[in-house]
Ligand binder design. Structure first.
Ligand SMILES: *Cc1c(COP(=O)(O)O)cnc(C)c1O
Length: 379
C-alpha cells in the first residue's frame, strides 16, 4: 500500500530534495558552504518577500519564535498576544518564561482575532513593545488578517511578531509590504524539507529594538550574533547544513514556479478541499480558513480517532486530528508544499469510504466531485 502524508506538518519532501539529503556529509566551514548559505538566504528573502536579512537557525519552528521574542522583548516588556488556538498561545508561553507581560486577546476556537480587537488593545496599551500573532493557526485551520494587523502596529512603537510556520510559501505572506517585523517559519511545512531548521526575518524596526535591548537573555538564539556572522555567510554554531543543501533544491523548485503562482494554486487547492468536505456533508471548522490546511468537524456519532485510524490502516492516508479539547472532534487535512490536487482528492475519497463504512450517510464520490468542480471551473 502507498502511504500518503497529508498532515499539516511535517509534509512530504520531493524526490529531488530527498536525493540531495542522501549525499555524504561535508565539512561545514568551507567556501562551498558559504556560497550555499548566501544562495539560500537570497532565495528565502524572495519567499518571505523581504529585503531584510532572513536568519537560518538550527531548531524546530518554535526555536525561531523563541529567538524572535527573546531578542525583541525585554524582561517585563508588554506583549499583546493575539490567540486563536494553541500556536497563538505558544507566543504567550514563551514570553512567560522570559518574564514578559502578556496581554491576551483571545478568539473562540474556530474564529480569528479581528483587526478591531487589535486596534482596541493597542489603544489600551500604548506601552506594548510587541504584538504576536499566527498567520495560519494550524490547530483550528484559521487564517488571520496579518496585512491589517501590520498596518495598525506600524503606527505604534511596537513590533509585529508573526508565526508563519504553516503559512509561508503556502499562502500570501508579504513580509515587507505587510510591515511584519519578525516573520518566522520552519523547514517541515511548505518549504518541503524534514524538520530541523527555523527561519526568522528581522525588519529595521526590530533591529533597532534589539540593539536597544541590553537585557537580552539568550546565548544560542542571539540574533545579533547570527546577523554578524551572516555578513560573512557563516553561522555562529554548526548549522544543519545537510538540510541547507536540501533547502537549496526545494527553494529552486519554489522559484521556478513563482511565489505568487504558488499562492494562487494553494488558494484553489484549499477551496477544493473545503468544497469536498462540504460536498460529503461535513461542516468546516474555521470561520476564516487558511490555504494551507483544511479542518472539518467530525459528524455527531462518529468517533474521530477511529476515523483517522481507519484512513491510515486501510488506505495509507495519514491525516491529523484535533489537539487538546478538539481531540476526536475535527480532522485536519494539510495541503501545503509537496501535496498536490490528486493527493487531496485521494484524501477526500478515503474519508468518504471510511465514513460510509462507519455508518454515516454519504454517497461515495460526492465530495470528490465537488472538489473536482473547483478545479474544472478554475481559469
Ligand atoms: C508546526 C507549527 C509550529 C511548531 O513548529 P515546531 O517546528 O514543531 O516547533 C508553530 N506554529 C505553527 C502555526 C505551526 O503550524
Amino acid at each position: 500500500m502507498k502511504s500518503r502524508l497529508l498532515t499539516p506538518g511535517p509534509s512530504p519532501v520531493p524526490e529531488e530534495t530527498l536525493l540531495e539529503l542522501a549525499r555524504p556529509v561535508p565539512y561545514h566551514r568551507t567556501s562551498e558552504m558559504r556560497q550555499l548559505l548566501a544562495e539560500v538566504t537570497q532565495d528565502l528573502q524572495y519567499v518571505f518577500q523581504t529585503k531584510s536579512p532572513v536568519l537560518t537557525l538550527t531548531s524546530s519552528g518554535t526555536g525561531g519564535m523563541e529567538a524572535a521574542l527573546v531578542n525583541c522583548v525585554p524582561p517585563r516588556g508588554k506583549v499583546i498576544c493575539l490567540i486563536a488556538g494553541r500556536f497563538g498561545e505558544r507566543w504567550r508561553n514563551i514570553g512567560k518564561v522570559y518574564g514578559a507581560e502578556a496581554i491576551s486577546i483571545t478568539a473562540p476556537q474556530g474564529q480569528a482575532v479581528s483587526p478591531e480587537q487589535l486596534a482596541q488593545a493597542l489603544a489600551q496599551h500604548p506601552d506594548a513593545v510587541a504584538v504576536s500573532c499566527t498567520l495560519s493557526e494550524t490547530s483550528t485551520g484559521v487564517a488571520h488578517d496579518v496585512a491589517a494587523f501590520g498596518k495598525l502596529v506600524a503606527k505604534t512603537p511596537a513590533v509585529l511578531l508573526v508565526d508563519a510556520i504553516s503559512a509561508l510559501a503556502a499562502m500570501e505572506c508579504r513580509t515587507d509590504d505587510w510591515y511584519i517585523d519578525a516573520c518566522v517559519t520552519g523547514s517541515q511545512k511548505a518549504l518541503m524539507l524534514p524538520p530541523g531548521l527555523a527561519f526568522v526575518s528581522v525588519s529595521p524596526k526590530a533591529w533597532d529594538l534589539i540593539d536597544r535591548n541590553p537585557e537580552r537573555r539568550t546565548f544560542y538564539f542571539d540574533l545579533k550574533k547570527a546577523r554578524k556572522d551572516l555578513e560573512q555567510n557563516e553561522t555562529p554554531y554548526t548549522p544543519a547544513h545537510t538540510l541547507l543543501m536540501g533547502l537549496r533544491v526545494s527553494l529552486k523548485k519554489i522559484r521556478a514556479e513563482g511565489i505568487e503562482n504558488i499562492w494562487k494554486r494553494q488558494a484553489r487547492t484549499a477551496a477544493a478541499a473545503r468544497a469536498g468536505f462540504r460536498g460529503m456533508g461535513l461542516e468546516l471548522f474555521a470561520a476564516r480558513p487558511a490555504d494551507s490546511v483544511t479542518v472539518a468537524k467530525v459528524p455527531d456519532g462518529i468517533d474521530g480517532s477511529a476515523l483517522l485510524g481507519k484512513l491510515e490502516k486501510q488506505y495509507g492516508l495519514k491525516l491529523a486530528g484535533g489537539q487538546d479539547n478538539l481531540k476526536g472532534k475535527i480532522i485536519r487535512l494539510g495541503h501545503m508544499g509537496y501535496i498536490d490536487q490528486f493527493d487531496v482528492l485521494a484524501a477526500l475519497a478515503g474519508v468518504e469510504l471510511v465514513l460510509k463504512e462507519m455508518g454515516y450517510p454519504v454517497e461515495p464520490g460526492k465530495g470528490v466531485a465537488a472538489a473536482q468542480q473547483v478545479w474544472a471551473e478554475a481559469k
